[in-house]
Write a protein that binds this ligand. Structure first.
Ligand SMILES: [Fe+2]
Ligand SMILES: [Fe+2]
Length: 261
């Protein structure tokens, strides 16, 4: 039996949710809004890469886990996309940004690179989302966010921790090329980090908040001086470089069990 449970939550985001739903902070709100925008296509990219390989997986347990992974990521895509209506209702536009994101993932990477290369990039993306999930749950980071968004991101974080090893194992089932794994990690990290911040900048620009001193102070605190997420990402990436690294080596069960879904 796979421990990767596909929960079919059905979020309903009222249009009365305030514009800055996370501590009245434009920075924090738009960082997470940006995640909500990019996650729809990035998860589809991950699903496509695992799906391309699923029929070649011999291990029945891994095959079942891969199916669970696809089910969970499909739900994440679907539920996050529901909040796009709220963003559009508030006047935000992100069509051109999405065209760029889709072009890079589906026209350049998926079409021009090998299935194994795309799987390696997917492993890199999953390694970063595992760290973000750990950070969010470990620090109860969303404690002051508005309830439906808090629940959305915490549910997503729990499932990221549950399926953290699946894409890694799928890649290992086809190749254990160490350099490919490292290159995929690097590209996966660059893609998520750049698109996440680019989306945030686009939303801040539309709010005329790009020159707001508080926004950039919070930006520095989050990435470098207080929450130090950039530093944590670097340490996490270095850990990934160990020859005997495996995502399951770190125990996240206590974080998963702490969340009521
Ligand atoms: Fe996800
Ligand atoms: Fe994931």
């Amino acid at each position: 039996m796979s421990k990767i449970e596909v929960r079919r939550l059905d979020f309903d985001f009222s249009q009365h949710i305030e514009r800055y739903w996370f501590e009245q902070s434009a920075f924090k709100t738009h960082l997470f809004n940006s995640f909500t925008i990019i996650v729809y296509d990035i998860e589809k990219y991950l699903i496509q890469n695992v799906n391309n390989r699923i029929n070649f997986i011999d291990d029945p347990q891994l095959k079942q886990d891969a199916q669970g992974f696809i089910g969970q990521e499909a739900q994440h895509s679907l539920q996050h996309q529901k909040f796009w209506d709220n963003l559009s209702f508030l006047g935000y536009k992100f069509d051109t940004y999405l065209i760029c994101l889709r072009f890079i993932h589906f026209q350049i990477l998926a079409r021009c690179m090998s299935p194994n290369f795309n799987l390696a990039v997917s492993v890199g993306i999953e390694h970063l989302t595992t760290l973000i999930a750990e950070f969010v749950l470990e620090n109860n980071f969303l404690a002051t966010a508005k309830p439906p968004l808090k629940q959305l991101f915490e549910w997503h974080a729990v499932e990221e921790l549950e399926h953290k090893a699946v894409v890694f194992d799928v890649l290992q089932s086809t190749t254990n090329n160490y350099l490919l794994r490292l290159l995929g990690m690097l590209i996966g990290h660059i893609l998520v980090f750049c698109f996440l911040n680019w989306g945030m900048v686009i939303l801040l620009y539309q709010d005329k908040k790009l020159l707001d001193k508080n926004v950039w102070q919070e930006f520095l605190e989050f990435w470098i001086t207080k929450d130090k997420l950039l530093y944590k990402i670097l340490l996490n990436a270095i850990d990934f470089c160990r020859l005997d690294f495996h995502p399951a080596q770190k125990d996240h069960l206590f974080l998963i069990e702490n969340v009521n879904l």
